[in-house]
Design a protein around this ligand. Structure first.
Ligand code: TYD
Length: 206
């Protein structure tokens, strides 16, 4: 199984990911957890370029290509081998983030980013993507005082990010679920687990 958690910064993704991975482990799944961008040496270097505060200009298109390149390495080096061994992947962000942050919010063409990412990942798409949805003012209030390069883009940008996630989700009703992340961590996690079980059963019966 290949699961992805995604959503606007400050939606509580890290907490949910930890709880989900722990639960999958308790159910006997052999889980590999990764962060996108990251989880490879190249991906970590690209991540610091993209998230670090520096003066080097990076155009939106170059930013899109860099996120996508980090992802290619992650697929080649970690995800493909793990899937081949029958492991369960839980990934912190994936293609949706690029389509939304650089596409819907960054004014690049979302369909072009999809095409690029299908090539970059050899069409490895997740079995399920859980989008944590939360109003932007609540999400922003949760972020720490020191914001990274992406987090510093302001509320208008993040409104476009949130709407982008909602729009994209509607395009993939069979594999993407939007989860109300304004509730308690346990309530959110219950939804994720219930949905995950459904996807696992569906895959087993195919
Ligand atoms: P995130 O993964 O949420 O890590 P942290 O919790 O350490 O901040 O942050 C990655 C940031 O990069 C986040 O602001 C979303 C952004 N991002 C993109 O803009 N495009 C992408 O393709 C991806 C994967 C992330």
């Amino acid at each position: 199984m290949f699961f992805v958690l995604d959503g606007v910064d400050g939606a509580g993704k890290s907490t949910q990911l930890k709880m989900f991975v722990q639960w999958l482990g308790e159910q006997g799944y052999n889980v590999v957890t990764c962060s996108d961008p990251g989880s490879t040496e190249l991906g970590d270097q690209i991540r610091s370029l993209l998230l670090g505060k520096h003066e080097t200009p990076i155009s939106m298109r170059a930013e899109m290509m860099l996120f996508t390149t980090a992802r290619t390495q992650l697929i080649q080096q970690v995800i493909k081998p793990a899937l081949a061994l029958g492991k369960t992947i839980v990934l912190d962000r994936y293609i949706f983030s690029t389509v939304v942050y650089q596409g819907h919010a960054g004014n690049l063409d979302p369909d072009e980013i999809w095409t690029m990412n299908r090539i970059a990942t050899e069409n490895h798409l997740p079995d399920a993507t859980f989008i944590l949805d939360i109003p932007v003012d609540i999400a922003m209030a949760r972020l720490g005082k020191t914001l990274d390069r992406m987090e510093s883009r302001g509320n208008e940008y993040f409104e476009r990010v949130r709407n982008g996630f909602l729009l994209e989700s509607e395009r993939w009703p069979d594999t993407v679920d939007v989860i109300d992340a304004t509730r308690t961590p346990d309530e959110i996690q219950n939804d994720i687990r219930k949905l995950a079980m459904q996807y696992i059963k569906r895959k087993a019966s195919n």
